[in-house]
Design a protein around this ligand. Structure first.
Ligand code: F0G
Length: 479
């Protein structure tokens, strides 16, 4: 394997713990029973049955004392809340986007914006304007984003660089979109059939991998040449900026805030799940750089789906907390401590010979379960098999990112082809200690040592959309 040199540790200590939550580990027998009852899907486990929860970094952060203070001083007015004004001010200051609405979470923003973009595209009255030909293109659509694209009747096309799929090939920007493929897709489809370009920073599905500033700029230029609007999926905007500062010498002396500001020049609008980098337990937003007409349409969509545009499905206190969290996300000492903790976990696993997506991304370590369990075919979900084993071994909850999550083609019903079968260990922000992560490594080593005995899974119940959230599975044990 070629490796990117990572010097650890450089972290400054960025915080100390003020409030704690008790955790408790079930016995192995109790875990076996709990997993069976969950339909072999850790999504359905009760949190009281989980010891270390690495299911997601979404909405699971520990708040700072400043965020708790903001919760106490939120303005609960139905309209014209000062917390909303504070949020708008933060969004304009940080991203340079003048119009903003909060939403209950990221998918709340997606469900408003994406159908509006399609409507606008159809309104162009271009030749060959059938819905069948419409696509959204992206480095990689997150699963809820892809689901919302598909709900509009359009297709979600992922064009991340090929190296992103090769977990043992080192590349500093595995979140980059392949600019050649993007150009080709636009030429072959016809620009009028490309509803929007969605740039996901960092690229969650590929391992929290960063997108370079140059790639953001080039993709924006290509899209704009063809009058295609660019949307930033901004859930992990600050982690992406940290990687730009660390890996692109042109930005080594820039502040994270300046890098973020420049990143967002290369988009026209953004959707954000604020439950990640912005470290709120609930919240999202949709912001538009300067298209006032589109903003008005978004406001109307918000009133119908989320609530009045100044609260968007949130309490005033949540909006207030979000306005603070957006700034905390960019604190460089915090970012360094946070991302280097994630990298440290990845390096420990690598040392034990466990295959992971390399280099390690910003919010999670992605284990290559396809490589760990070569005897389990994709159709029997090796990534889900590993997630279940980690629960059985140590009460650790994590998530599959592979064929199980990818699901079926909505038109043909055929299972989509996943290039990699991954299991994600997502690290909540400011929550777990390195000792707890060492325990995760010990459990992984035990599983690696009995990898041959691990088996795959098949469906007992398969929901029609976003099936991985609610599916029930059963073990497939060869006779
Ligand atoms: N975009 C990205 C890149 C995401 O990672 C997520 C959520 C969303 C959009 C949707 O946001 O959950 O607030 O509605 N990711 C979570 C995860 C669920 O575990 O990675 P949401």
């Amino acid at each position: 394997m070629t490796t990117t040199t990572i010097n650890l540790p450089t972290s400054k200590f960025a915080y100390k713990i003020k409030a704690v939550e008790k955790i408790h580990q079930l016995t192995r027998k109790e875990r076996e029973k709990a997993l069976k009852l969950s339909g072999y899907n850790p999504f359905s486990l009760s949190s009281s049955q989980v010891y270390i929860d690495l299911h997601t970094d979404s909405g699971t952060s520990a708040l700072s004392q400043e965020q708790w203070a903001a919760l106490m001083t939120g303005d609960e007015s139905y309209a014209g809340s000062s917390s909303y004004e504070k949020l708008c001010h933060s969004v304009e200051d940080i991203f340079g986007y003048r119009q903003c609405i909060p939403t209950h979470q990221g998918r709340g923003a997606e469900q408003i914006l994406l159908p509006l973009l399609l409507e606008r595209n159809l309104g162009k009255g271009s030749p060959n304007s059938s819905l069948d030909n419409k696509v959204f293109v992206s480095n990689f659509h997150f699963d809820t984003t892809a689901a919302h694209v598909e709900l509009t009747g359009s297709t979600a096309v992922n064009l991340v660089i090929e190296d992103a799929y090769k977990t043992d090939v080192s590349h500093p920007w595995k979140g980059n979109i392949d600019i050649e493929k993007l150009t080709l897709e636009i030429e072959q489809r016809g620009a009028h059939n490309v509803v929007a370009l969605i740039m996901t920073v960092t690229c969650n599905s590929m391992g929290g991998q960063p997108v370079s500033m140059e790639n953001l700029r080039l993709a924006y230029e290509v899209a704009h040449r063809h009058e295609i609007p660019v949307v930033m999926d901004a859930a992990r905007f600050a982690e992406n900026a940290w990687f730009i500062k660390r890996r692109d010498p042109n930005y080594a002396n820039h502040s994270i805030k300046d890098i973020v500001f420049e990143m967002f020049k290369y988009a026209d609008m953004m959707v954000m799940s604020a439950k990640k980098d912005a470290m709120v337990n609930i919240g999202g937003l949709c912001a538009i750089k300067d298209d006032l007409a589109l903003y008005r349409e978004v406001q109307v969509g918000c009133v119908v789906r989320e609530g009045f545009p100044s609260y968007g499905g949130l309490a005033g206190r949540d909006v207030n907390c979000l306005a603070v969290g957006l700034y905390e996300a960019m604190d460089e000492d915090y970012l360094t401590a946070r991302i280097e903790q994630v990298i440290q976990l990845g390096l420990w696993l690598l040392d034990e010979g466990i295959p992971i997506q390399y280099p390690v991304g910003g919010h999670a370590v992605f284990i290559d379960a396809g490589k760990l369990f070569p005897h389990i075919p994709s159709s029997q979900f090796p990534g889900q098999a590993l997630a279940n084993e980690l629960y059985l071994e140590g009460g650790i909850r994590c998530a599959e990112i592979g064929s199980f999550l990818l699901g079926r083609d909505p038109d043909t019903g055929i299972q989509k082809d996943s290039a990699v079968e991954l299991t994600r260990l997502a690290i909540p922000r400011r929550v777990y200690s390195n000792d707890q992560l060492r325990y995760v490594v010990e459990c992984m080593v035990a599983i690696k040592n009995r990898a041959q005995q691990v088996h795959g899974y098949g469906f007992v119940y398969e929901p029609p959309v976003l099936r991985h959230f609610l599916a029930h599975l059963e073990p497939i044990i060869a006779s």
